[in-house]
Design a protein around this ligand. Structure first.
Ligand code: SER
Length: 314
């Protein structure tokens, strides 16, 4: 049985991942940690939570002494749009945070670390359609730069110290429990909330901006499957993964099938430039070949489930 630490456990992904991990590995074997309290009440009740700042490198070993962890999901990060407002802090959290976790992993013989990279690792010079796993990585956001640096760091720690750290380049993640914060793909989640609450949404991207996306149940499966993949099957440390690609306009059409009087307007802001530097579609064939990645949700099934869950919740 694994003993797992999740950093950034109060965020959009962490909130739901912790519950899924507790179901699989037992409540007490999954230690949630964040600088913010859990936002998802059932996470708080279901197992241990500790306040931890990934920049405070002295607090990480204390957790090790108390909980004897052997596996880490390192999710604490500042996302793309927020990062452009506070680039120095984004670098600090995303790079020094990861460095502290890798150093901790090296010193304490942590068996495996999962750290998500992002489609933001690509940039304006990468191919935008069917973007391959191995291609030009010249992002122009601080978030993207931190992701490329992190990918290199993860591979370095494996080569130098044999630390088994694995990464997937996540696309925009759509979910119904905890809102994302500070990302460029956040519009997709916001659109669902506003469609249900007000039947109206002002989108900060242009209607035809296509980006790769994934629904939370697939995201969780993706992370657990990569964690449990046999080391002998993996030929690299970083994998492209995707489930669907759509534009705000296409998502609005899909939502209208459930909420016919939903209306949308477009007022692109600085996030448009970030979105325009990212791929529209991703080639994730290596993840499919090497560890069996295979998402279940497309735009139709995801939209149906999101509307159903949010109607119940709101
Ligand atoms: N969802 C992230 C963002 O928009 C991409 O990794 O910043």
């Amino acid at each position: 049985m694994r003993r797992i630490l999740v950093t950034g456990s109060s965020g959009q992904i962490g909130s739901e991942l912790v519950l899924a991990l507790r179901e699989k590995y037992d409540n007490d074997n999954v230690i949630a940690s964040d600088i913010r309290p859990p936002q998802f009440k059932i996470q708080k009740r279901s197992g241990p939570f500790i306040v931890m700042d990934v920049l405070d490198k002295d607090s990480i070993p204390k957790i090790f002494d108390e909980y004897e962890i052997d596996t880490i999901f390192h999710l604490a990060a500042i996302l793309s749009a927020k990062g452009e407002n506070i680039p120095q802090t984004a670098w600090e959290v995303n790079i020094h945070g990861l460095f502290n976790i890798l150093e901790f992993g090296r010193k304490h013989d942590i068996e495996r670390i999962i750290w998500p990279s992002s489609i933001a690792a690509f940039g304006p010079t990468s191919p935008r359609e069917n973007t391959p796993n191995d291609t030009i990585l010249q992002p122009n956001t601080i978030y993207g730069i931190s992701k490329v640096s992190g990918e290199l760091l993860v591979s370095y720690y494996f080569k130098k110290y044999g630390l088994d750290a694995r990464s997937m380049r996540l696309p925009g993640i759509i979910s119904s429990e905890v809102l994302p914060g500070g990302g460029t793909t956040d519009y997709a989640v916001e659109m669902f909330y506003e469609a249900i609450k007000k039947k109206f949404y002002t989108c900060f991207l242009k209607g035809d901006t296509v980006l790769p996306m994934m629904y939370m149940p697939d995201c969780i499966r993706c992370m657990i499957d990569l964690l449990e993949a046999e080391p002998s099957k993996l030929k690299r440390h970083v994998y492209n993964v995707t489930a669907m690609s759509f534009s705000p306009g296409e998502l609005a059409v899909e939502i209208k099938k459930h909420i016919p009087d939903f209306k949308i307007e477009y007022k692109p802001d600085f996030r448009q430039e970030i979105a325009d530097s990212w791929p529209k579609t991703i080639d994730d064939s290596l993840a499919r070949e090497e560890w069996g990645w295979n998402p279940s949700y497309d735009i139709v099934s995801m939209t149906k489930d999101m509307v159903f869950k949010l109607r119940k919740k709101l």
